[in-house]
Design a protein around this ligand. Structure first.
Ligand code: SAH
Length: 226
């Protein structure tokens, strides 16, 4: 079973949105599991301090390497086979390919940063894989961790119904998805593309493929080059 362990200063944020709809049903059905480790529990002294000022000066606070390592060592056995991810805007951008690999494995350990980030030495010392969910800055790693989990959980076998197996979707073929339509047949003067009413499945396939290519060319030509 896919099991997720989240290291965070805000365990009360979980499961949050992951407890609802597709991922929430799958959690209730035991298709994946989620546990949190509160980094604060491993803080230093009476005040359970987890952060300190940056060495060399500068603004903000940095999560201490010893505190984070203690939290990791308490939550994750040394021989745990799961990849240990650190959410950070400096990381490798998350792709559907990496999501597919993670979802096929035993699960993930995810460290959520806060403040200015984490002491570099724990990244090296515990072999953390730095992952970014995009070129913008969040206030903490929790929502980024939820993005990773949501993307993984939906493709765990048994989570989605067979009608939504996901193989035609954006990125699965390096193409963005073709336009989708449903009822009503006419809406505010807009009809449906004739081909979708033709009943000719080969023609419909061809049209969808061409639309996917057109949209990808217009919006994300970088995907076609890859
Ligand atoms: N000073 C850091 C940003 C810290 S943001 C920098 O310039 O790189 C605080 C925390 O939010 C980070 O430690 C990280 O865990 C999380 N975070 C922010 N943006 C993120 C992103 N795009 N992807 C993944 N995690 C992110």
């Amino acid at each position: 079973m896919f099991s997720a362990t989240i290291l965070t200063l805000y365990p009360e944020m979980f499961p949050g949105p992951l407890g609802i709809s597709l991922s929430g049903d799958a959690l209730a059905r035991g298709l994946w599991s989620l546990e949190t480790e509160n980094i604060r529990d491993h803080g230093i002294g009476r005040h359970k301090n987890v952060d300190d000022t940056p060495a060399g000066g500068g603004v903000g606070m940095v999560l201490r390497c010893d505190v984070l390592a203690a939290a990791l060592d308490a939550a994750v056995p040394a021989d745990d086979p799961r990849p240990k991810l650190l959410m950070t805007p400096r990381g490798k951008p998350l792709t559907q390919g990496r999501v597919r690999e993670l979802a096929a494995g035993p699960g993930v350990v995810i460290v959520c940063g806060r403040f200015e980030g984490v002491d570099e030495r724990v990244i090296e010392g515990r072999g953390l894989e730095e992952i970014s969910i995009g070129d913008y800055v969040l206030s903490g790693g929790e929502m980024a961790a939820m993005v990773v989990l949501d993307a993984c959980v939906r493709i765990i076998p048994g989570v989605m119904g067979k009608e939504a197996s996901g193989h035609d979707e954006s990125f699965e073929t390096n193409l963005l998805e073709y336009p989708q339509y449903t009822r009503p047949r006419e809406w505010e003067g807009r009809g449906l593309p004739d081909v979708l009413l033709s009943g000719n499945h080969a023609l419909i396939e061809k049209w969808r493929r061409e639309e996917a290519e057109r949209i990808t060319r217009e919006r994300r030509p970088d995907l076609l080059i890859r």
